[in-house]
Design a protein around this ligand. Sequence first.
Ligand SMILES: [Zn+2]
Length: 350
Amino acid sequence: MNFELLKELSEATGVPGNEDNIRKIVARELKGIGELSVDLMGNVICRVKGKGKNPKKLMIAAHMDEIGFMVKYIDDKGFARVNPLGGWDPRMMAAQRVKVHTESGPVPGLLMPGTKPKHMLSPAEIGKAADVNDYFIDMGMDGETAKKKVQLGDSVTMDRDCQRMGNLITGKAMDDRACVFIMIEAMKAMKSNDVEVIGVATVQEEIGLRGATSFASGEAVDMVVALDVTLSNEIPGIPAEFQVTQMGKGAAIKIMDSSLICHPKMVDHFKKVAKKNKIAHQMEVLPAGGTDAGGVQKQHGGIPAFTLSTPCRYIHTVNETVHQDDVQACIDLLARYIEDAHKGDYTYSL
Ligand SMILES: [Zn+2]
């Protein structure tokens, strides 16, 4: 597996609406595969013409954006206040290093809750959860300097490198850069495509599936496969019924989440392709959370939609962690599905 590329994608920055940095890397990688374009939302689109007769259009969606923050206020002492972009759990935000992306480049900062140090807390205050709005960023600047350097609307991302840890790979933004990686690698690995493949590295997924939905409202595709991470909670303290998927047990074939009931015939098709090619896979029912497929499904009178998931521990924290075998299984399964996609009949009959 090309770990160096996955690491580069994970460490690149791009909050919803400000995906410039990650977009450059994705475009560089997709360039050699098909015809490349970027739309007015910022989605990067890579088209590979279908070799079959009257080729169907298969959209693949993996989102480039990561959860982060936007500067909304700078006080006279130079501390910045931020607005969250995407679903943060305030408990997971404490004491993190961040990058504040200013016009003149990124500056380092510390994301801290406005609370007394441990030594000074009363028994009643200990264990009280912080709210997103309790947080500020210390950039080591006085008020005047900070106000000159940092503008309202500047984006803020977590600062965390990507590393191997046993068979696992851990870093920030595996949601959804692991799947951007899977899309790139599968489009490189596919041996044939009778369908037209439209790989879309989407924007603004984390704030409501906006990039994928807008793209699909303009282009009538015949089916969509979204790629996203899913919960893998087999960790201490979580009962088995809440574990959703298991690390290292293969690509997760989604049946449903809160945005989507995957098209049953696409679910069957993916299962068949996985079995035929002996690719490790598991089934997934996710009670909460959504993917780009949920937005695309509702366009143009309804589009057969499916999500191929990668099991991930600690989602929406700086320690998003995937298993290398699951990533590889997703690459293999997506590549084999693309080769077989023209055989899919997702119509209903009466
Ligand atoms: Zn995601």
